[in-house]
Design a protein. Structure first.
Length: 187
């Protein structure tokens, strides 16, 4: 990796937050760090082909280069969060989400992923709310995401958070969900 092209993240300005899930388990949502690479790789390896397809629109396993890039965020234009469960030393990454600003610095594109066994508990909702608050704080005006039309769970979640669901330039199999961050906060 060329570190001149991928500077280390600036000091985190996203304070870690503790969330209690619907089944009583808890997790910490915090910014991803370079030393998360092994835990992040392990979390990706546990994902089913279906989950990979829903997230990356392909069942291809992320490469080492993609993992290295994912844990070293570009502080000025990217916010990447992980949800971590368990004690220090044996903590596991059980979910994550990121939002990357476009060249216009007005909009950002999100993606979110929760591990099997941790879904339906409100974790993606918590991560999305954190990303929305953070994007508002950073002055962004729109948050968007591409979601497979068959991905009812993600489309329902987006609607609950106030996103409008519309057609995308990718054709009928992919929806574009969009949230106006200037609108009254529902999140
Ligand atoms: C889509 C995905 C991110 C949802 O994560 P999640 O943590 O299960 O989401 P949440 O628990 O916050 O919310 C979704 C579920 O909880 C329920 N729920 C959450 N908040 C609720 C509320 N306030 N009231 C009622 N139900 C609620 C929903 O009914 C929904 O259930 P369903 O998925 O069975 O329909 C997860 O399934 C996943 O990782 N999928 C693979 C990757 C993917 O599709 N990523 C999206 C591409 S950007």
């Amino acid at each position: 990796m060329d570190r001149t092209e991928r500077p280390e993240s600036a000091a985190s300005n996203f304070p870690p937050m503790q969330v209690t899930l619907r089944d009583g388990r808890s997790a910490t949502i915090r910014e991803i760090r370079p030393d998360d690479a092994d835990a992040f790789r392990a979390a990706l390896e546990r994902l089913s082909a279906d989950a990979l397809h829903s997230r990356f629109f392909s069942a291809m396993r992320p490469t080492e280069a993609m993992i290295e890039r994912a844990v070293r965020t570009h502080a000025e234009r990217e916010r990447a969060l992980v949800a971590v469960a368990g004690e220090a030393g044996t903590a596991t990454i059980v979910g994550g989400g990121r939002c990357i600003s476009g060249a216009d610095r007005e909009s950002c594109e999100f993606a979110v992923m929760i591990s099997d066994g941790w879904r339906g508990m409100g974790l993606a909702s918590s991560i999305m709310r954190a990303l929305i608050r953070d994007a508002r704080t950073r002055g962004l005006k729109r948050m968007e995401g591409y979601v497979l039309t068959e991905n009812r769970s993600m489309l329902d979640l987006a609607r609950r958070l106030g996103f409008a669901v519309g057609a995308s330039e990718e054709g009928p199999s992919v929806k574009l969900v969009r949230l106006d961050l200037g609108s009254i906060a529902r999140n």
